[in-house]
Design a protein around this ligand. Structure first.
Ligand code: ZN
Ligand code: ZN
Length: 314
């Protein structure tokens, strides 16, 4: 069984427009049960050192991050992220910027695509004309509130699927875009397959997003990290769902009901929980969703995993 760890990859402090000090952020993160967080203030890394040090004291992994915030779109850069000055970014040079940052070791994620900003925060809706998606590792398929039913999240998933269809490889991540301590709406988690090197796991696509649910997937009887390659042909998928955060699941009425397999590799398949699925996979991608009830609404996506990539070598 692969182990997955809950992270929040999109956090602000009062070093930009958040309301939390680094200490408040770290304490609130521990209270929510995160294994780790990424500090991603708007166009500054001034909170990072203090947050990393505070995290170390209490066993919270803190990823060094920044949110490049432009009028044309936002991108979070995690890890070694100081190779690029955000002030250089414009509509014409974005491909060169992401190539330079990625080659210097930054792990880049498209932040909240398709979400309209408030009058205070411009450029949330992604308009940067990125074509070199090989330099982008993550994609916020869900962001901010009640993630599995907001219109902007549904539009983000549409864009995600269209990018995957073109052969891009992108990890599905969630970004709470956490600005203040109090949760005034339900949120979600990004589960990552490596607690010590989460940036590496995001790069390899070993992630899933979920509303408090844990996921275990076996392909042909073996645990297979998300983001792995699969040979074309018949495969048996066994998907186990658990209430990872029991209190979250009971507070928001999260009740998983079934499993769906989606992607360009096969026709969409739906199964009951616990039922094995045998699928004939052609070249393309294949991703898993869990659906069910939440906050009194039914048939919502409660978890969404990064794809497997099917290769036909025959
Ligand atoms: Zn943003
Ligand atoms: Zn943000």
């Amino acid at each position: 069984m692969n182990k997955y760890y809950p992270f929040e990859l999109h956090c602000h402090t009062f070093h930009s427009d958040g309301e939390m000090s680094p200490k408040t952020l770290v304490n609130a993160s521990k209270k929510r049960g995160y294994t780790g967080i990424a500090v991603t203030d708007h166009n500054t890394v001034s909170a990072v050192d203090e947050t990393v040090a505070l995290g170390k004291e209490c066993g919270l992994k803190v990823i060094r991050g920044i949110e490049w915030t432009t009028f044309f779109g936002h991108i979070t850069a995690l890890g070694n992220n100081t190779a690029v000055d955000w002030r250089e970014i414009d509509m014409q040079n974005i491909d060169a910027i992401i190539e330079k940052a990625s080659k210097a070791g930054a792990v880049l994620t498209v932040a909240h695509p398709k979400r309209h900003g408030s009058p205070m925060c411009k450029g949330c809706y992604m308009e940067l004309p990125i074509t070199k998606y090989q330099y982008i590792s993550g994609f916020e398929v869900w962001s901010q509130k009640t993630p599995n039913r907001e219109g902007y999240n549904l539009r983000a998933i549409e864009l995600y699927d269209s990018l995957l269809c073109k052969g891009n490889r992108l990890a599905a991540v969630y970004g709470y875009d956490w600005h203040r301590e109090k949760a005034d709406y339900s949120y979600a988690y990004t589960f990552i397959g490596d607690k010590d090197e989460p940036e590496r796991a995001i790069k390899s696509g070993d992630t899933f997003v979920s509303a408090g649910l844990g996921l275990d997937v076996k392909v042909d009887g073996q645990s297979l990290p998300f983001g792995s390659e699969l040979e074309a042909g018949k495969h048996v998928f066994e998907i186990t769902v658990v209430n990872f955060f029991e209190d979250f699941c009971s507070r928001y009425g999260v009740i998983p009901k079934g499993v769906a397999l989606k992607g360009s590799s096969c026709a969409e398949r739906v199964a009951a929980l616990g039922e094995k699925l045998t699928v004939n996979c052609s070249e393309g991608y294949l991703r898993i969703e869990i659906f069910g009830d939440m906050e009194g609404a039914s048939n919502l996506t409660l978890a969404l995993a990064s794809p497997y990539y099917v290769i036909d070598r025959r």
